[in-house]
Design a protein around this ligand. Structure first.
Ligand code: 6GU
Length: 225
């Protein structure tokens, strides 16, 4: 899979993909993340990419021309399955969306800034609008990093048995059960006996019950979705 990300602060996106699972995905050739600087595509002086909003009001709006220049230039090389605009007024990201996007070949993400992008760009180029939650970030970059991580770890071959996504929280609309490792006793806090029993059928049942309890208590909204 290839993920291209258009940003006005590409430096913000240098760190997140250089480590652990996503680094391994890149090394295995399963994921290719490219960050594109929008300012490389502006035709305005001083690499301007935003301007005042028509109709007035506080805040700048990202201009359509640099965005279209960048997208159409990238489209000469790549046919994108989705052009995703990261924006707080998009559809809230969930595991189902991450699963679906992990099956695509080429994604283009656009990071919004300021008051957002000119609506005409959204109308004519964007195919999906995604938010990562009901709070406002200063730009779409951290959201693009979150989305890329959520997708990247699901690409077939990226995770191994130890890191398998099948047992993640949300994969079956349940939160993951509690987990324990050595030592068996710390202070007087003991690991539940069942986990040391060696009876895998009972352990699976216990974990499932714990998942159900935890989900009922913490996230009744996701049960039976
Ligand atoms: Cl995608 N962008 C911004 N700026 N803020 C957000 C967001 C996205 N998702 C939640 N908050």
């Amino acid at each position: 899979m290839k993920i291209d990300i258009i940003s006005v602060v590409p430096d913000l996106l240098q760190g997140p993909f250089a480590h652990s699972i996503l680094k391994r995905a890149k090394e295995k050739g399963l994921l290719d993340v490219n960050v594109i600087n929008l300012r490389d595509y502006t035709t305005y002086a001083r690499a301007q990419v935003d301007d005042y909003a028509f109709g007035g009001g506080a805040g700048m709006v990202m201009m359509i021309e640099p965005l279209v220049n960048a997208v159409e230039s990238l489209q000469q090389q790549t046919v994108y399955d989705e052009i995703i605009y990261l924006t707080p007024d998009g559809t809230t990201l969930n595991q189902k969306t991450a699963n679906a996007l992990s099956l695509k070949n080429n994604l283009l993400m656009i990071c919004g800034h300021y008051k957002g992008v000119d609506q005409r760009f959204r109308d004519h180029f964007v195919t999906k609008e995604i938010s990562i939650g009901d709070y406002v970030l200063s730009g779409g970059e951290l959201a693009a990093a979150v989305l890329t991580d959520a997708i990247g770890r699901l690409i077939p071959g990226v995770l191994n048995d130890e890191t398998s996504a099948l047992t993640d929280s949300f994969q079956d609309n349940l939160l993951a059960p509690p987990v324990y490792t050595r030592p068996e006793v710390f202070r007087d806090w003991k690991v539940p006996d069942i986990l040391l029993s060696g009876n895998h059928k009972l352990i699976d049942e216990w974990r499932h019950e714990q998942s159900v309890e935890r989900t009922k208590e913490r996230r009744p909204d996701i049960m039976g979705e």
